[in-house]
Structures are given as structure tokens and as C-alpha cells.
Design a protein around this ligand. Structure first.
Ligand code: ADP
Ligand code: MG
Length: 857
């Protein structure tokens, strides 16, 4: 470190001038300034980065003001990991490279910022999660949302009404970086709360839409301009990308606009724990359970499908067909999955290739992947008697990019290196000049070997050796004891501990030939590799299309694997308004939580019979679980998968609404009740007859009567006006009355068996209301100490008695009433001595004594 800091003092000024030039171009980025084998950072960049990366802050000479210049550096070969850390911290990094070969340049090596990497514009595998998309999102005031996935070359744009739908879209995209249009700055706070992990930037309002025309086809521009908000958002994203990427033509494969799909608001995405649990973990989420995909493309596609289920019955059925195919044919499933596991991330590699970032090894992965894709295609074609083309229509016309494969097969060695400067990339027979140079070098090396043999004979020194090191080149090594026999024409080069090293004219000449040939070969390979990368990169759109076909096969076989493993069934999705789930289970509770086995439950809703289900039952009985499993079945079915049930019939659903738990929202600074009411109001306004709504203990966050009144009104509205399918879990037993008043509402409860004061939870959904909350039994289950239970029981009896004797009897003013049980007596009577441990007994005794003293006072 010290050496680096001082030895370059002479060229300090010109180099720093270069740095300051680069910094002036990218004032808001940390500049990675290439100096030899390091990327150095200076001034504030160095201070900031040293903090984030936990690396040493040093200094480099002094600036014109006489102060030391702060500096921090990361080794070039390990830069990727540090870059990833900076991006995760939300920073932009400008990569400033040495242009040209430093050893041949005279004076200061020219340096240039070759690209700016931002969290949302990133192609570095180290900084990307292979199994999730990485979005750069822009939002405009009119609800325009555009999302660019640079690494897979996709852009999507839509307009979503500001409010819960809009928040839902952002949560679903889970972007790495968000651009907020300056005159929509009100959205900034909303974005910051919704997406605490994303890097947020306020950017100038979208100007003319010129970049759209550069990046998109005419048809795409026409499609987009039907939605001005979407077009403006897309333009913001593309402008930003253009400003940060040196390769100006952004490679875009597809444009999506928000199409027909099942709408999930953010409450549904979060509360149903589709992609993350409420604690933000992936483990335990539905996606984690379902993701048996073998390729990165498949994993990303599966995630997108789950968060964007369809509403088009035909498309949903086709997806089910594909899954079914692999469910029925276990052998095909296993074989295809084995082939899929050999396929790399074609989608992202294609983009890296197109923008000139792919290494020889990356092209090797593309080659191997294309090879396996071919085998996969052949295996699928072999499936007998199945209507494969209906199930996977893209497969039939799939372009297997055979020309690209054969180019790479011919060009590359079996295992190409990770760097492109050291040669060893191309197979023999691909480049004539290279073959020639390699032959020259090999022949010379053979002559060197021969020379060793000849010299041993001529000098009679058996231990004579010809050796090579990078620093000294070729030399002849003679041990100390034989130095007398060294011929006169040997020229001494170096003395070592146990001998001397010599060179001869012949060896020097051979060395020249070898080094020269090797160097030319390396240069030739480097140049030829760039050409090869360009040729392959030109086919990126085709590689992308193929990647999507592979992803579809991967998703289908993964969902089939899950269906097979856990016993899921193909749902029948139809245009009715029914929801019938026979013996259904909650997929993640079944896998991760229910230790003693999951109790399946049948849930049946239909427009003529029950479409509003009022669910009561003790705490911990399984109310929340039952209603969530119904919502999950709808989502899984409409995203094209099988469901955890014995049989399932689902009339297509347009929106799933949930009001389940509010704990995760507390961090956002709203009160539980406020959150509840916001969500309830969005449901009441947005739900249609086709929607499915689950409301879990609505009204809980406020005083009993407010809550009950609101819950009552909401249930009535859903029943009478919205007429959607809904499940309503409540601890207000008064609500059970609703079932008598509303023709299409019915009471259900989750059964429990009570024995003395204890209770067995059966987790079984049965018709009828329950009129008890079993609160004390639950408290006992939870380990509340017996003395407290006894006291609670006494209090409960008192409250019940008081409620039963309304209107409360007037106590005559001058008559001494019969003294009621004292607190001590009531508690004593309720004690369950048989169940007490000695310690409990002592604690109870102490409590009773305290009560008695209080009674005395
Ligand atoms: P509630 O909402 O009625 O208070 P939950 O739905 O939260 O109850 O369920 C509590 C726990 O009971 C769950 O975490 C789960 O472990 C278990 N459970 C719920 N339903 C079932 C079931 N059908 N079979 C087995 N265990 C269940
Ligand atoms: Mg619950």
C-alpha cells in the first residue's frame, strides 16, 4: 500500500487531472478509477466507499491545497464483489478503465468511463440474483409505471390507478432502483415506504419521447402511445439507461404492457406470503415451496407467473396441460429436468454477449446450453401420443439456434478460460493463422527439449536442465559441482544458491521465436474473440426467444414435480362463480408448520347458495389458515399450477383481496385500525362480482362496538352490493346473526373439543356458528400460570352474570346488600389444584395473600 501511495508521485498531477475529469462527468457516481491492478477511489468517493465496503482509507500524496487526498482501492480481480456491495447500498459506480495497453503507451495511459453501473442497470452476475428479475422502475404522476429488466432485455409499461393497486404493482416488481418524475414528487414518500430497499432518485420530467423511437419498434411505440402515462414512464427509464450505458443501443427483446391478469394488491402479495414471508424471508414463502425449477430463466418465469396469475381460461388450461403432461410421465419429467439442469442463464448471457461483457467462459456456457436445449427438444418430441403442441405451443416452432451452436462448437475449446487476454480460447482448426503460430511455438518448444538432450550429451553434465520462468525467460541451469564442465560459449545470467544459470545464442533465438509466436497468438485470439462475441451477440433476440421456451418447459416440469411430490391436483378453471375446494390444504402450513399432520378442509362457495362464509372458532383453531388456503388455491390455479386439494373447481377470479393481519404495516407508521380501514375501503371500492375476498378479523383494532359495527356493515355490503365470494373470519359472535338475515351467507366454525378447562383443536371446518371463544382454554394452552387463569375464570363468570342480569338491578340505597364473593374466595373456588405444580401452588398462595391484604384495605 505504502509503495503504491508514494512511488507515483511524479505523475500525480496528470493522473489526478484524469480522475477529476471523469468525476466531473459523473458527479453523482462513485468513480472506480483503474490504476494498474486496482480500482482506486478518491476524495469523498473514497470516504463513502471505505465506510460501505469496510476497507482501509489511505491517502495519495497531497492536492494543490496541500491536503492529503483520501484514497481507497479494491483489487481489479476482486472488484465484482465490492461493486455488488456498493450497488446494494444504492450507489452508482462509474467504471473508468485504462484504454489501450499501459506498457506500450507513452506518458499517461488514456482513461475513459466505459459505463456507469446502477442498482437497476446492472449486468454483473455477482450483483444479481439469478432467480429473480432486477428492475429499474420509473413512476409518473398519472400512475404510469415502466420497468426495464436490462439483463434480460425486457421493458414493460402500464398505467395503474394510484392507490393500493399501484402499490401492489410496485411490491410485485420489487425493483432495485426507482426513478420518480420530479413533478410527481409526492410519490417519493410513498415509494420510500413501499420499497425501503430500493435506490430512489428524483429525475427531471420526461421530455420528448425520442428515446422510445430509438429503442422500440414502430409497432411497440404505437402500442405504448395509447397510454400516455406508460409512454412517459418508459421514456424516463430509457433516457436514464441511455445516460448511463456507453453502448447506446439498449438491447430490447420484448415490450409488455399490463395485460389481462388476476389483480393482486400489495396486501395480498404480502399477507399471503407469495414471494416472501411477513418477516421478509424467502424461506417459508409459497414461491420457495413451488420453485423446483432447474434454470435461472425458469425460476424468474415462475416467480413472475405466481405474482401475475392469468384470467384467460384458455391460457390457464394450456398451462395446466403442460404441467399434467409431466405429472403423468414421470420418466420424461426426470429426463427433461436432468437436461434442464445443464442449461445456463441463456437469457442474461445473451445480453452480456450483446453488450460486449461476456467472457470466453460465458460463450462456452451458451454453447453447452444450446447443446442441452437441443437434446431437450429432441426428448420432448419423442413423447408418444401426447398433444405437446397444444400444451407448449412455442416448442413446435422453437428456433434452436443451431447455427450459433455450430459456430461455437467449432470455435471454442471444451473449457474456455474466464479471461480473454491470455489465449487458450479457440480450438485447433478454427483459425488458420492461430494454428500456424501455435505450430511455430510448439516446434520451437520441441527444439528446446531437444537442445537440452544435445547439451547434456555434449557437456557430459547429466543434471543439466533447460528451464523457463516468466521473469527470466529460458535458461540452462547447472549445479555448483558441475560448473567446471560449462562450455566457454555459455553466457552467465544469474547465480543462485546451488548453481548458476546460463544462456546460449541458440536458446536466446528459440526463446525469441516462442515468445513472439505466443504473443502474436494471444493478440490474435483476443481480436478474434471480440469478433466471435459480436457474431453471437447479434443473435441475442433469437437466444432470448429460445430462453423463454426453455423457461416454459422448466416451469411446467417444476410445477409437475411439486404436484407429484405433495399430491396436488389439476384444478378445473371455468367461467362460473363457484369456488369448490374438496379436502384442500394450506401448502406452506402443511409443509413447514403443521407438525401433527394437516387436517384437510372442504370449502364450497357458489352464487346461489353460500357466497359469504362467516367463520368463527377459538383462537388458533385454523380460521386464518383456512381462508388463506382458499386464496392461495385460486392464485396457484390461475397462475397455471396444480392445487393442494383432492379436487378443485374454480370459477375464474378477477381480483383477490385480503385483509389479514396488520403487524407488518406498523413499521410504516400507520395505526392498525387506520390500515384496516384503508384496506377495507379499497376492497369495498374495487371488488367486483368476480372477486374473491378474505377478511380476517376486521375491526379488531378498535373498541368492541365500533369494530363490530364496521365489520357488520362491510359484510352486508359485500353480500348485497358487491355479491362477490368472500370468507369473513371474526371473533364477534354477534356477527353469526348475519347468516340468518342474509340469504347467501352461512356460518361455519373451526371445531374444537372442550374437556373441563382444556381444549383440543380439531382444525375442522364445520357448518354452524360457535358462540364461545375458548379464550381461557387458549390461554392455558399458551402456558398462562394457573393463578392468572383462575382469576380470569372468576372475572369471566362475573362479567357473564352481569351481562345476563341486564337491566342491572337497582341496589336499594339504604339496605346492606348480600356481600358478593370476595376476590379471594372467587379465585379459590376456581382453582384447579390437581393441575398445579408445587411452584405454581406457592406463587398462587402468594397472590392470594396479596389479594386478601388488598380486600382488607
Ligand atoms: P386462527 O386464525 O383461528 O387463530 P390459525 O389459522 O392462525 O388460527 O392457525 C393456528 C395454527 O394452527 C397454524 O399456525 C397451524 O400450525 C395450525 N393449523 C391451522 N389449520 C390447521 C389444519 N387444518 N391442520 C393442521 N394444523 C392447522
Ligand atoms: Mg387468525
Amino acid at each position: 500500500m505504502g509503495v503504491r501511495g508514494t512511488s507515483r508521485k511524479k505523475d500525480h498531477t496528470p493522473v489526478m487531472r484524469q480522475f477529476l475529469g471523469a468525476k466531473a462527468q459523473h458527479p453523482d457516481a462513485i468513480v472506480f478509477f483503474r490504476l494498474g491492478d486496482f480500482y482506486e477511489m478518491f476524495y469523498e468517493d473514497a470516504v463513502r466507499a471505505a465506510g460501505i465496503l469496510d476497507i482501509a482509507l489511505t491517502s495519495r500524496g497531497t492536492g494543490p491545497d496541500g491536503n492529503k487526498i483520501p484514497m481507497a482501492g479494491v483489487p481489479h480481480h476482486a472488484a465484482a464483489g465490492y461493486l455488488a456491495m456498493l450497488l446494494r447500498a444504492g450507489e452508482k459506480v462509474a467504471i473508468c478503465e485504462q484504454m489501450g495497453d499501459p506498457s506500450s503507451a507513452r506518458g499517461v495511459v488514456p482513461r475513459e468511463v466505459v459505463r456507469v453501473v446502477t442498482p437497476g442497470l446492472c449486468l454483473e452476475p455477482d450483483a444479481l440474483d439469478a432467480r429473480a428479475e432486477n428492475f429499474l422502475v420509473a413512476v409518473t404522476g398519472e400512475g404510469g409505471i415502466a420497468a426495464l429488466e436490462l439483463s434480460t432485455g425486457t421493458l414493460r409499461a402500464c398505467v395503474v390507478e394510484l392507490g393500493p393497486q399501484w402499490v401492489g404493482e410496485l411490491v410485485r416488481l420489487d425493483p432495485a432502483e426507482v426513478l420518480v418524475e420530479a413533478d410527481a414528487a409526492g410519490l417519493e414518500t410513498e415509494c420510500r415506504q413501499t420499497l425501503p430497499k430500493a435506490a430512489l432518485r428524483v429525475v427531471a420530467p420526461a421530455g420528448a419521447l425520442a428515446t422510445l423511437e430509438e429503442a422500440l419498434t414502430e409497432a411497440q411505440v404505437a402500442e405504448l402511445s395509447t397510454q400516455p402515462g406508460a409512454a412517459r414512464a418508459a421514456s424516463l427509464v430509457l433516457d436514464y439507461a441511455k445516460a448511463h450505458l456507453a453502448h447506446s443501443d439498449i438491447h430490447l427483446a420484448t415490450l409488455y404492457t399490463a395485460g389481462d391478469r388476476l389483480v393482486l394488491d400489495d396486501a395480498a402479495v404480502r399477507n399471503l406470503e407469495l414471494a416472501r414471508t411477513l418477516d421478509g424471508e424467502r424461506r417459508g414463502s409459497l414461491l420457495h415451496l413451488l420453485d423446483e425449477s432447474k434454470t435461472a430463466m425458469g425460476a424468474r418465469a415462475l416467480r413472475a407467473r405466481l405474482l401475475e396469475p392469468l384470467t384467460d381460461i384458455e391460457r390457464i388450461r394450456r398451462r395446466h396441460d403442460a404441467v399434467e403432461l409431466f405429472v403423468l410421465d414421470a420418466r420424461a419429467r426426470d429426463q427433461c429436468r436432468a437436461l434442464l439442469s445443464e442449461i445456463g442463464d441463456l437469457e442474461r448471457l445473451a445480453v452480456r454477449t450483446a453488450v460486449g461483457l461476456a467472457s470466453p467462459r460465458d460463450l462456452g456456457v451458451i454453447r453447452n446450453s444450446l447443446r442441452s436445449a437441443q437434446a431437450l427438444h429432441a426428448r420432448l418430441r419423442d413423447l408418444p401420443g401426447r398433444d405437446l403442441d397444444d400444451a407448449l405451443p412455442s416448442l413446435q416452432s422453437a428456433d434452436l439456434c443451431e447455427d450459433v451452436l455450430s459456430l461455437l462448437e467449432h470455435a471454442l475449446v471444451p473449457e474456455p478460460p474466464a479471461i480473454d487476454r491470455q489465449g487458450g480460447i479457440f480450438a485447433d482448426g478454427h483459425l488458420e493463422d492461430l494454428d500456424e503460430l501455435r505450430k511455430l511455438s510448439t516446434t520451437a518448444k520441441d527444439i528446446v527439449l531437444d537442445l537440452e538432450r544435445r547439451e547434456r550429451e555434449r557437456t557430459g553434465i547429466g543434471s543439466l536442465k533447460v528451464k523457463f520462468t516468466k521473469v527470466f525467460g529460458y535458461y540452462i541451469e547447472i549445479t555448483k559441482s558441475k560448473l567446471d564442465a560449462v562450455p566457454d560459449e555459455y553466457v552467465r545470467k544469474q547465480t543462485i544458491a546451488n548453481g548458476e544459470r546460463f544462456i546460449t545464442a541458440e536458446l536466446a533465438e528459440l526463446q525469441d521465436r516462442i515468445l513472439h509466436a505466443d504473443e502474436r497468438a494471444r493478440a490474435l485470439e483476443s481480436a478474434a474473440f471480440v469478433d466471435l462475441r459480436i457474431s453471437v451477440g447479434n443473435h441475442a433476440p433469437r437466444l432470448h426467444r429460445l430462453a423463454r421456451v426453455i423457461a416454459a418447459v422448466d416451469v411446467a416440469s417444476a410445477l409437475a414435480e411439486v404436484a407429484h411430490r405433495y399430491g396436488y391436483v389439476r384444478p378445473n378453471v371455468d367461467p362460473s362463480y363457484d369456488l369448490f375446494l374438496e379436502d384442500s390444504r394450506h401448502p406452506t402450513v402443511e409443509r413447514y408448520a403443521a407438525k401433527d399432520g394437516f387436517v384437510p378442509n372442504t370449502i364450497a362457495l357458489d352464487p346461489e347458495g353460500t357466497r359469504l362464509m362467516l367463520l368463527t372458532g377459538p383462537n388458533m383453531a385454523g380460521k386464518s389458515t383456512a381462508m388463506r388456503q382458499a386464496a392461495l388455491a385460486v392464485i396457484m390455479a390461475q397462475s397455471g399450477g396444480f392445487v393442494a386439494a383432492k379436487s378443485a373447481r374454480i370459477g375464474i377470479v378477477d381480483r383477490v383481496y385480503t385483509r389479514v393481519g396488520a403487524s407488518d404495516q406498523l413499521a410504516r407508521g400507520q395505526s392498525t385500525f387506520m390500515v384496516e380501514m384503508t384496506e377495507a375501503s379499497s376492497i369495498l371500492r374495487g371488488a367486483t362480482e368476480r372477486s374473491f375476498v378474505i377478511l380476517d378479523e376486521i375491526g379488531r383494532g378498535t373498541s368492541t362496538y365500533d369494530g363490530l359495527a364496521i365489520a357488520w356493515a362491510v359484510a352486508e355490503h359485500l353480500h348485497d352490493a358487491t355479491r362477490c365470494r368472500a370468507i369473513f373470519a371474526t371473533h364477534y359472535h354477534e356477527l353469526c346473526e348475519l347468516a340468518d338475515r342474509l340469504p347467501n351467507a352461512a356460518n361455519y366454525n373451526v371445531a374444537a373439543k372442550e374437556h373441563d378447562d382444556s381444549m383440543v383443536l380439531l382444525h375442522q371446518l364445520v357448518p354452524g356458528g360457535s358462540n364461545r371463544s375458548y379464550g381461557l382454554a387458549v390461554a392455558r394452552l399458551a402456558g398462562v400460570p394457573p393463578v392468572v387463569l383462575a382469576r380470569a375464570k372468576a372475572k369471566l363468570q362475573e362479567l357473564e352474570a352481569r351481562a345476563a342480569s341486564t337491566p342491572a338491578p337497582q341496589i336499594p340505597l339504604f339496605e346492606t346488600p348480600q356481600p358478593p364473593d370476595s376476590e379471594v374466595e372467587a379465585t379459590l373456588r376456581a382453582l384447579d389444584v390437581e393441575r398445579m405444580t408445587p411452584v405454581d401452588a406457592l406463587v398462587t398462595l402468594a397472590r392470594l395473600r396479596d389479594m386478601a391484604r388488598r380486600d382488607d384495605a
